[in-house]
Design a protein around this ligand. Structure first.
Ligand SMILES: [Zn+2]
Length: 240
């Protein structure tokens, strides 16, 4: 015997928006003012540092870059087969890609003001010998996107490995906050000191020229564009 056709369920009445409420627009002037104050604070207490934004796997997947021709070959040698099998470069101190396996290594080299917390170097005995561990927190401006694996170079020659920072946005209206429209600063990227002799020390500029560049302090923000290199937008097009 066929089952009876169920009786239609009445749809619930739609809930209409409450017209007594109002949806606030983004207040651009408030964001602009807050950015200015945050950036001024960095110029009061900070210093110039160089950020090296590396190429990452997403850039390869989205077709912006190719694998390194120096250390990540096409499969014609034994080393290339090792590379393919383990998905790793055959030299970790590759002077072409700086250990990233992506041609050129970095997508941008920029100089920005930043505030660094104080920290002293500590000697630690590890399997690879004595290392000088040190980690500190960094606060900087938010006109670029940092990712884990990027580097920061300080004028004293120290080079740090960075982790993705927390972005602070100012919400002044009803909207999803984006970095380009809402962010006011980049807070507390945790930076770990790289040991001398590791691959980050191969990235130009040399220690001596870095000190000369970063100590060029004037009474207004210095124009460093002559020392910068930008191969790709500093904030990705799909800003989120
Ligand atoms: Zn390489």
């Amino acid at each position: 015997m066929p089952l009876p056709i169920p009786a239609p369920v009445p749809s619930p009445a739609p809930v209409l928006p409450d017209r007594r409420l109002y949806v606030r627009e983004r207040q651009d002037f408030a964001i602009e003012n807050e950015r200015l104050r945050q950036n001024q604070a960095i110029y009061w207490y900070g210093e110039y540092v160089m950020f090296i934004l590396m190429w990452h796997i997403q850039d390869l997947e989205e077709g912006r870059i190719t694998r390194c021709t120096e250390c990540y070959g096409n499969g014609s040698t034994l080393n290339d087969r090792v590379t393919a099998a383990y998905n790793q470069p055959t030299q970790n101190k590759c002077p072409t890609c700086f250990g990233t396996t992506f041609e050129g290594g970095y997508k941008a080299r920029i100089i920005r003001p930043a505030i660094l917390t104080d920290s002293d170097k500590d000697d630690a005995n590890q399997a690879r010998g004595v290392t000088h561990s040190m980690s500190l927190d960094v606060e900087t401006v938010s006109d670029f996107r940092l990712r884990s694996g990027d580097y920061m170079f300080r004028s004293n020659g120290d080079r740090f490995y960075l982790r993705t920072p927390t972005r602070t946005t100012l919400r002044t209206g009803f909207e999803t906050p984006l970095q380009t429209t809402h962010s006011i600063h980049y807070n507390l990227a945790r930076a770990g000191l790289e040991d001398r002799g590791t691959v980050s020390y191969l990235i130009p500029p040399s220690e001596s020229s870095l000190a000369v560049i970063l100590e060029e302090i004037e009474r207004v923000p210095t124009n460093f564009t002559a020392y910068e290199e930008i191969k790709e937008a500093l904030i990705p097009a799909d800003d989120d």
